[in-house]
Design a protein around this ligand. Sequence first.
Ligand code: GLP
Length: 249
Amino acid sequence: MKLIEVKDYQEMSQVAADYLLSKVKKSKNVTLGLATGGTPQGLYEVLIHDHQQNGTSYQYVSSFNLDEYIGLSGKHPNSYYHYMNDNLFKHIDIDSENTHIPSGKAADPAKECEAYDEKIRSHGGIDLQILGIGSNGHIGFNEPGTSFESNTHIVELAESTREANARYFDSIDDVPTHAITMGISSIMKSKEILLLVSGEAKQAAMKKLVEGKISEDFPASILNQHDHVTVIADEEALALVKGLEFLNR
Ligand code: GLP
């Protein structure tokens, strides 16, 4: 796990964008794994700005999002489908046919899960997966206790996750109770992973991650076993791990 320490959210977003852009420029038809939440918003802003200023094209890029709330249609303002269009897709030249987000309204959710993994496989897998981390260590919506062997599946959201995401809804009662998420095994199949960590709320998670104890109780810990993970973390997120000897092992 390689760690890039940055000053703040802004620098994290810029460094992440540079990283992603170097992939897009090197291989036009790269397959990206994309995340939602507050963390990657700054990254997407930099990508949009770059597209407008420098014309970087996403014409042949494909993307797969990590997750979606069950019960929200793409039109719902809090769906991740809506988030991705609003925060990135509608501002760049990516072909909507090449963007993939699990459907939160699938008639047969189990079938949707299987089909999602199959679609990723048929694209030759994800070249670069962008990840954020929940304060309880979740990646995608894989909550503590999720099997490391899991493929794309339906999850019941932890109360702490619903509380953390309630800021986007009118009230916590409106936050869906379930989601569809790429599984841990699906995520670990990505050829490369970029994990973004920013702010005080992630300090404890960051500490646990770098301490390196691998346990299903802390889903992100599995990333220690992937051989191509880069973590970009800001000073605030790293406050509890300063001085620990763990980095770049
Ligand atoms: C959300 C998403 C995750 C995200 C995480 C952290 O619930 N499902 O993909 O990484 O929780 O969110 P944030 O970046 O807003 O802190």
